[in-house]
Design a binder for this molecule. Structure first.
Ligand code: NAD
Length: 355
């Protein structure tokens, strides 16, 4: 490995070896395909040496990053202080998250250890919105149950009664990139949308989308459907809990494609049992890191809450797949490689998480 010439470098430019060796953790075949494809589009693809591992980043697998100055991780990789410290010791200078959320990385510790962090703020936000609405529609029209029935030759319709979307009130928590697409789709159904966000959109933009801002309690009281599009942080953790669920209109449909920790799962179970919540569409789950992306079909699942959720007919759970479209994967790979290139050449990451 030769060191990059630093003739035009300032003190901010890190000394990075060429080729840029990158280790991609938690790799699935579709990640490999999108990164292998996108790296060829770069000006000097030969400058990159990308290695893949199926392993998740953890305190045990951190040592595999020895010899890499950059690693790439995903939503359920462990970016805790303990892991970052190990990475620092073996010379990792840059961690790029190939996702929009960064709740799994200790940003304070990263700063302390002088490890730069990059992420992908936006990639097909519509993909996540489309999945959220798909969950609502599947729950409403009982598609999961209808699918099973007709495959078994049971063509009865009892128990499959849904409701019109037109005229229903939808609460959207978070009017950022994904929330806005979600609003647009629900408005297309003829729904009335009430939304909540700490930062309000400009009136003109809001009018164009055709929704109103409202206080959380008013949304809870009026919404027939609630779709969550907020980041997970100390303020939003368990914001959907027994107390807030109690304020909701009885029979609400709850959809979470954001982060599992936004919902207190036990409180949700109780509400599903009592009928306070009529249905839940979950693409994320509080303790998903142990199970999601793995095959547990021949193993005993020890998480009782997850087991109960899976057993309820009014719950549809997908394993964090809302992002999973071809377009999103291409966009994720492109932005991630741009983050790496920018750091390697200027010492600055293009997309840095907000602290
Ligand atoms: P965004 O940053 O564009 O929007 C988030 C919005 O939340 C912002 O408008 C912000 O003002 C608002 N907000 C932040 N903290 C708040 C608080 N305490 N109270 C009220 N509003 C608050 O983010 P996005 O791209 O729309 O992503 C939203 C969520 O979706 C994130 O949690 C992200 O991790 C998740 N996500 C999930 C998937 C998936 O595959 N399931 C994919 C991408 C993103």
């Amino acid at each position: 490995m030769k060191r990059r010439t630093l003739e035009s470098a300032t003190s901010h430019v890190p000394e990075i070896s060429t080729p840029y060796r990158v280790l991609i953790y938690s790799t699935k075949e579709y990640d490999k395909l999108s990164f292998d494809t996108k790296v060829k589009d770069l000006k000097q693809p030969e400058k990159y040496e990308i290695h893949y591992t199926h392993e998740r980043l953890s305190k045990d697998s951190a040592k595999n990053a020895n010899g890499y100055e950059c690693i790439c991780i995903f939503v359920n990789d462990d970016g805790s202080r303990e892991v970052l410290e190990k990475l620092k010791q073996i010379g990792v200078k840059l961690i790029v998250l190939r996702c929009a959320g960064y709740n799994n990385i200790d940003l304070k510790a990263a700063e302390e250890f002088a490890i730069e962090i990059g992420y992908v703020p936006s990639y097909s936000p519509n993909a996540i919105a489309e999945h959220a609405v798909a969950l609502v529609m599947a729950l409403n029209r009982r598609l999961h149950r209808a699918y099973d029935r007709v495959r078994n030759g049971d063509f009865r319709l009892d128990g499959l009664v849904g409701f019109d979307m037109n005229g229903k009130t939808v609460g959207v928590l978070g009017t950022g990139r994904i929330g806005q697409f979600t609003i647009r789709i629900f408005r297309g159904f003829g729904c009335r949308v009430l939304a909540y966000d700490i930062y309000k959109m400009q009136d003109d933009d809001r009018h164009a989308l055709g929704f109103e801002y409202a206080e959380l309690d008013d949304i809870y009281a009026q919404a027939d459907i609630l779709s969550i599009h907020l980041p997970l942080d100390h303020k939003t953790k368990h914001m959907i809990n027994a107390r807030t669920i109690d304020k909701m209109k009885k029979g609400i449909i709850l959809v979470n494609t954001a982060r599992g920790g936004l919902i207190d799962s036990k409180a949700l179970l109780d509400a599903l049992k009592s009928g306070q919540v009529a249905g839940a569409g979950l693409d994320v789950y509080e303790y998903e890191h142990k199970y999601f992306s793995h095959d547990f079909s021949s193993t005993v699942i020890e998480d009782d809450v997850l087991l109960q959720l899976l057993s309820y007919p009014n719950v549809i759970l997908t394993a964090h797949q809302a992002f999973l479209t071809q377009e999103a994967l291409c966009s994720i790979a492109k932005t991630t490689l741009e983050n790496i290139y920018s750091f390697m050449t200027s010492g600055k990451v293009l997309n840095v998480p907000k602290t």
